[in-house]
Write a protein that binds this ligand. Structure first.
Ligand code: URA
Length: 434
């Protein structure tokens, strides 16, 4: 067997065997297969598709490419959460300390930004001192001691996915159901989850642009979960406009801190409560989803969710002074408004386009080795369906150079669309698949 034959086979639209997929994945991790060969193979997979069988083999090969975490000694049901990606998606940072404060143990391995979407790891790294790259023993110890740890994929869990994830991002091969499903499920299997709750985003700022594709992706992941005996629940959520108001790394962390302190944008609140209620249910801590939502809101009100977040950040070396006073976070050099050129109602704010503006400001990567600028991004002042007056602020751009500042302002002026009639907002939760 050799990699050229495998590339040729997929290029010619034939189905790969388990052995061929394992050969490719193991060779890639051991660096016996070159990046450019993997690029060619991944592009062939992207264009010609993978069967369900190939997707399962790919998932398991990636999950088995490193260690599989055994969390059974914690003697609790571990419920993991993951999102298929979005713009302004700070859900994990709001949700996971909150559910941990209710007693759901959280052992979460997050990803970097991908394409035009942000990544939880980049956001967490914007908290000075916070270490996302800790070893496996410390990770498990943290979950055991305080009930939560959030880390990056730097430890030896699903290393094949880590490499492929960054590669797919740099060769424009992200939006593919099989590649997304195998990427997410391999990480969840390797990180020792017993049960899994997935936020399957759908809309202009998601990789799945319509509900039919979002359901296909959800069902593919549920099926993989069933094969490996990990009950999986998918919540289909709206990602047409950015979630909440902030897009960009430390801006989103600040919004998450304010959320945990009680200032909750409605769409973000809807997603956090829906996912959280299923996590509590799967953990065996509450069957009634509505009652679970009440428990989550109580822990916002009594401050326990925020306290858990502070505990986690401290435990992983972060400077909690920034959480207590968000004004301490470094700011971009230029913060300028985008103003409405006419009066009316906002009828569209394409989240993908806004994500790309944030990326070009430096909040995301164009090449996989690019360094993120944590301070830049966009802070929206309005949401879809809001009324605006002429001259009113639509958003603020946070930039560190004049050229990208001006370009972003002019792009946002086009992206934020104002019409004469008020439109109804779509609901944030589209449905549940299990
Ligand atoms: N999140 C992941 O972990 N992988 C993908 O491919 C997309 C979103």
């Amino acid at each position: 067997m050799n990699i050229l034959e495998i590339i040729e086979k997929k290029r010619n639209k034939n189905e790969l065997t388990k052995q061929e997929i394992e050969f490719f994945i193991n060779g890639y991790v051991k660096e016996e297969v070159a990046d450019y060969q993997v690029s060619a193979l991944v592009m062939a997979m992207f264009l010609n598709g993978l069967t369900k069988q190939e997707t399962t083999y790919l998932t398991l090969a990636m999950a088995n490419s490193g260690e599989i975490l055994d969390l059974s000694k914690l003697d609790k049901i571990i419920v993991d959460k993951h999102s298929t990606g979005g713009v302004g998606d700070k859900v994990s940072i709001c949700l996971l300390p909150l559910v941990a404060s209710i007693g759901v143990p959280v052992a979460k391995m997050s990803g970097r930004g991908l394409g035009f979407t942000g990544g939880t790891v980049d956001k967490l790294n914007s908290i000075p001192g916070y270490k996302t790259d800790i070893d496996i023993n410390s990770f498990v110890k943290n979950v055991d001691n305080i009930g939560i740890s959030m880390i990056s994929q730097t430890i030896n869990l699903a290393p094949a996915d880590k490499k492929l994830y960054a590669l797919r991002d740099s060769i424009s091969c992200v939006e593919n159901i099989s590649l997304i499903a195998s990427s997410i499920m391999s990480k969840k299997i390797a990180s020792g989850a017993d049960k899994i709750v997935l936020d399957v985003t759908c809309g202009k700022g998601a990789f799945m642009k319509n509900i039919d594709d979002a359901k296909l992706l959800a069902n593919e992941m549920i099926e993989i979960g069933r094969l490996v005996d990990r009950e999986t629940v998918c919540v289909l959520t709206n990602m047409d406009e950015p979630l909440g108001y902030a897009v960009g790394n430390n801006l989103e962390v600040i919004e998450a801190i304010e959320f945990l302190k009680g200032s909750m944008p409605q769409d973000l609140k809807d997603v956090v409560l829906e996912l959280g209620s299923h996590m509590i249910n799967l953990a065996g801590l509450g069957e009634n989803l509505e009652e679970n939502k009440v428990k989550l809101l109580e822990n916002i009100k009594n401050g326990n969710g925020f306290k858990k977040f502070v505990e986690m950040v401290k435990n992983q070396g972060g400077d909690i002074a920034f959480l207590q006073d968000v004004d301490k976070f470094p700011k971009a050099k230029y913060i300028k408004p985008v103003v409405a050129i006419k009066e009316g109602y906002i009828y569209e704010m394409n989240a993908e386009d806004i994500g790309k503006v944030a990326c070009n400001l430096g909040a995301g990567r164009v090449k996989k080795e690019d360094v993120i600028d944590y301070t830049v991004g966009i802070k929206l002042c309005k949401k879809v369906s809001n009324k605006v007056l002429q001259g009113e602020c639509l958003a603020y751009v946070y930039a560190n150079d004049v050229k990208s500042l001006e370009l972003s302002i002019s792009k946002l002026q086009d992206i934020i669309k104002i019409g004469d009639n008020k439109i109804e907002r779509l609901s944030t939760i589209f449905g549940i698949c299990r």
